[in-house]
Design a protein around this ligand. Structure first.
Ligand code: FUC
Length: 907
């Protein structure tokens, strides 16, 4: 596409208008600058008003009901990687449910709910407070701390809870406003005792030890609960293997909780075939858990809290989003119920964005198991889909916000898990190459690793007809993103490159030559019912992306080898995108019109796997405008009808990537309205079934609305909806390790800041950015090269912040619509007509033949809303996309156009 050039006069008019807007908005934002205390968040970016100081809180004025329904809808989730915790906040009896991600039973049963991950402990604090008033409980996202407070018998009781990653414990502080009025019984229990699980709870001194064995994998588990009192007395009572600690008349108390199992990140777990022997030789968790508890108990509560805060806020405070909401006067359940009506919709949108980040911080920490379908929270004996790891969307969605929402090191949790199961995948890879393409087999076993589908901490299934081997390349893409966002070369060398290269190795041996292209066989598009076919777009796109990224990484590291040569030869033959007769990106090669490949296919399917090159991939972007238009068409054909949480979350991002802020926002609204429960857990599809992926995915989707960089061009505010006309965001991460903050007013960026964390060239795209003022944060003028009016290129210095102000407003040019053929008899001449754009002084016509990614310009700057297109090859070309764009008098062209597919009429 041609780049539009601006008329200078228009810019000046707009500049004057902008001066007024900027002055008004400066006054508006100054109000926010005057927030009295400068928090750590404000110090990060002194220039962007980000609403720091505003508490982002979930709060309620009653406890969550003591039931499964209360757990899923009302309890407050916490976690530190070592344990997930759901706090109910009861007053007669507090219930704290604990999950440990390695406590597994056999994966058995049919249907949606199967045994698998088990509930670790149900812990009760019996207070007998039945006549309470002024009740409130909350979860403060700014600090990762939860509270309960109420009054009973004129005493104000309060409790504070946090789960600490650095100290590996949960800590609870219980206080009372009057000395000597705190009495309770601590009563940890083991849920679901029976054949599969045995154990006991023993109280001794100030500590209760809960321990036992989950028999299928011989998982030994232990939890310790220590009570530290100020004033009062405590008494250990043991009745029938049910130990309790009764506290009487204390001033205050602290409870510390540590848990663990004998599970380890060791490939032996996956390589041992006998389930009961997988953990053989690993030490009993007693010493480990005792160590966690003793180490924590050697510190004061305040020290533990300070450690937790420092660890948590270091991650959490990197990013803020301010949509102008103020702290609501009504509890979170009412906000959720009222959404999208009510005064607090913006607040819920901010809250849900940060809640996804919070959940990832809770559930994905280095050295601990990564988040599964339910993150790190499970109350059931038969959790949905066994709480496993699914690699056909769910795991990848969990990690989507890790990079864009600036918490890349949280991916270390997955790295540890991946390294544990990948040796098993290598064996599968050899098996599959032997089975599907024996001529390509490396007899010494150097066949790479193949993509898994279902995984749990103990076993990984090989292939599945439900999804093709593209799952593996999709995993490798997360590794690539880990590097591409952080630009840490030693990470690339040690951690990322080997994973990508080995995945490409498997793929390079697996694909087969079919009529000159290299296709996956067998191949399935996730969850669609047409299975074991050839060359689905899912597999082809994922393979293409990984081959491409591996070659890029090899160049960065200066590597060369024989297999890299093979990947290079194969890359152009992987045929990742095919455009169908509806103008759609085909999901299946046998598809002609949208979704007509087979009657078993669901045209409204929740998965949109043929679009993964658009998001989270990088294949379809502004530099492939014909593919981008096909992606837009496909998204509208897929419709908004799926009510599945994660699918809605994924579409937020996909629509953002085709620059449709309104539709992206519509999906975010659908998700918040239709899937978010009172505690903000995502209800997968209304059963209610909690699934964490949409929580993580919503955050990633919103991040894509605010910042994109898939083509390595840093693009702030690419898909801002009208509902967010005023706002700011701080600290989102772009590829290239650029940290980006933006403040906007009337949907126009008034200030952008880019912190260059690794140096290098910054390509920055924003309408009219080439006419803006660009300085360093120290006020030095910055040299840049303008690439048209909307992009600048800056050679950055590591550690410097680049501040962009005075960006002239750009009034977008409305696109034409309704492009159609007035006459087309299959000759070398066709006549086109369209509905004109009020902004157009003239039009441009383009065409893209077949599957080509780019358009060629056919005619430019012609007037009227009809065009007779004559070309000798029109008689020969089976399929092409035609596109008309509007051009304003100043030369600026509409970002989008009207498209139509031209099929050669069959004679
Ligand atoms: C995939 C998805 C479903 C669900 C399940 C756990 O099968 O298609 O929607 O998320 O995983």
């Amino acid at each position: 596409m041609s780049t539009s050039i601006n008329n200078f006069e228009e810019i000046m008019v707009v500049r004057n208008l902008m001066t007024i807007i900027l002055a008004v908005s400066a006054l508006f934002w100054m109000g926010l600058y005057l927030v009295p205390e400068a928090s750590a968040a404000e110090q990060r970016s002194a220039l962007i008003a980000d609403g720091a100081g505003k508490a982002l809180r979930l709060w309620y004025n009653e406890p969550a009901p003591d039931s499964d329904a209360g757990w899923v809808n009302g309890s407050i989730p916490m976690g530190n990687g070592y344990m997930g915790v759901n706090v109910f906040g009861g007053t007669a009896s507090e219930r704290i449910q604990i999950t440990e991600n390695s406590l597994y039973d056999s994966v058995a049963g049919k249907g949606l709910r199967r045994t698998g991950l088990n509930n670790f402990a149900e812990v009760y604090l019996d207070f007998g407070h039945n006549k309470t008033s002024n009740y409130e409980r909350d979860l403060n996202l700014n600090e990762g701390v939860s509270h309960v407070k109420y009054t009973q018998d004129n005493v104000e009781y309060s409790r504070e809870y946090f789960t600490s990653y650095p100290d590996k414990v949960m800590a609870i502080r219980l206080s009372a406003s009057n000395a000597g009025t705190l009495s309770f019984t601590l009563r940890p229990t083991i849920p679901f005792l029976g054949n599969a699980k045995s154990g006991s709870v023993v109280a001794k001194g100030d500590t209760i030890t809960l321990s036992g064995v989950m028999s299928h994998y011989n998982v030994k588990f232990e939890g310790q609960f220590k009570v530290i009192l100020e004033g009062g007395t405590m008494k250990a009572v043991n009745r029938k293997s049910r130990g309790t600690l009764a506290v009487t008349d204390a001033d205050s108390a602290v409870i510390l909780i540590a848990v663990g199992t004998n599970y380890q990140f060791d490939p032996k777990v996956f390589l041992t075939t006998e389930d009961a022997e997988k953990l053989d030789g690993f030490p009993d968790p007693h010493a480990k858990v005792t160590g966690y508890l003793n180490d924590a108990a050697a510190k004061t509560y305040d020290q533990l809290l300070a450690n937790h805060r420092a660890d948590y806020t270091e991650l959490y405070d990197r990013v803020s989003l301010n949509l102008g909401a103020s702290e609501p006067a009504i509890p979170t359940n009412e906000i959720v119920d009222a959404y999208p009506a009510g005064d607090s919709s913006r607040y819920l949108e901010e809250l849900a964005f940060q809640f996804g980040r919070y959940m990832l911080i809770c559930s994905s920490r280095a050295g601990t198991l990564p988040p599964h379908l339910q993150g790190i929270w499970n109350v059931y004996e038969k959790p949905p889909w066994s709480s496993q790891y699914l690699h056909d969307t769910n795991v990848q969605m969990a990690y989507a916000p890790a990079f864009s929402a600036n918490m890349p090191e949280l991916f270390e949790s997955y790295v540890g898990f991946f390294n544990t199961f990948v040796p098993r995948q290598r064996l599968y890879a050899t098996e599959y190459i032997k089975q599907y393409n024996p001529a390509q087999l490396d007899p010494s076993g150097d066949n790479g690793w193949s993509g898994p589908f279902w995984t749990n901490p103990y076993n990984v299934t090989g292939k599945s007809p439900v999804a093709g081997f593209g799952t593996g390349s999709w995993i490798a893409q997360m590794f690539w993103d880990y590097y591409d966002y952080t630009r840490d070369e030693s990470l690339l060398k040690e951690t990322v490159y080997p994973v990508m290269h080995e995945q490409a190795n498997f793929v390079s041996r697996f694909v087969k030559d079919v009529d000159g292209v290299l296709l996956a066989d067998p191949s399935s598009s996730p969850e669609q019912k047409l299975r074991n076919t050839v060359g689905t777009t899912f597999d082809q796109q994922m393979f293409y992306e990984n081959h491409h990224n591996t070659l890029t990484a090899a160049k960065i590291l200066g590597r060369s080898d024989k297999r890299l040569d093979i990947y290079e030869t194969q890359l152009p033959l992987l045929d990742p995108i095919q455009i169908g007769k509806s103008g759609q990106i085909k999901e299946f090669r046998q598809e002609e019109y949208y979704c007509d490949a087979h009657k078993v296919l669901d045209p409204h399917h929740r998965h949109a796997s043929m679009m993964l090159g658009l998001y989270p991939g990088q294949l379809i972007n502004r530099k492939t405008p014909a593919w981008l238009d096909a992606a837009r068409t496909t998204l509208s054909l897929r419709t908004r009808s799926s009510n599945i949480g994660w699918a809605r979350a994924e579409r937020i991002a996909m629509l953002a990537r085709v620059y449709d802020g309104e539709e992206a926002y519509a999906y975010y609204s659908d998700l918040l309205e239709g899937n978010y429960m009172h505690n903000l857990f995502n209800d997968h599809r209304g059963d209610p079934i909690f699934q964490a992926d949409a929580n993580y995915g919503a955050t990633a989707g919103v991040a894509e609305m605010l910042l994109q960089s898939q083509d390595h061009v840093v693009s702030p505010l690419p898909a801002l909806p009208d509902a967010w006309s005023e706002g700011s965001c701080r600290g989102l991460l772009a590829r290239g390790n650029f940290e980006v903050s933006v403040q906007w007013s009337r949907e126009h960026a008034s200030q952008m800041e880019v912190l260059s964390k690794s140096g290098g060239t910054l390509e920055l795209r924003y309408p009219n950015v080439a006419q803006a003022v660009i300085k360093t944060s120290e006020g030095q003028t910055v040299d840049f090269v303008a690439k048209g009016s909307d992009q600048v290129s800056i050679e950055t210095t590591q550690g410097k912040t680049y501040v962009v102000t005075d960006i002239p407003a750009c009034i977008p040019v409305a696109a034409p619509s309704n492009l159609k053929f007035t006459t087309d008899g299959g000759s070398d001449q066709i006549e086109l007509s369209w509905t004109g754009s009020a902004d157009a002084a003239s039009y441009n016509l383009y065409r893209a033949v077949g599957n080509t990614p780019d358009y060629e310009l056919i005619a430019s700057n012609f007037a009227g809303t009809r065009f007779v297109y004559k070309a000798a090859d029109l008689k020969q070309i089976d399929q092409m996309t035609l596109k008309v764009t509007a051009v304003r008098a100043n030369g600026r062209e509409s970002d989008q156009g009207a498209t139509v597919i031209r099929l050669l009429p069959t004679k």
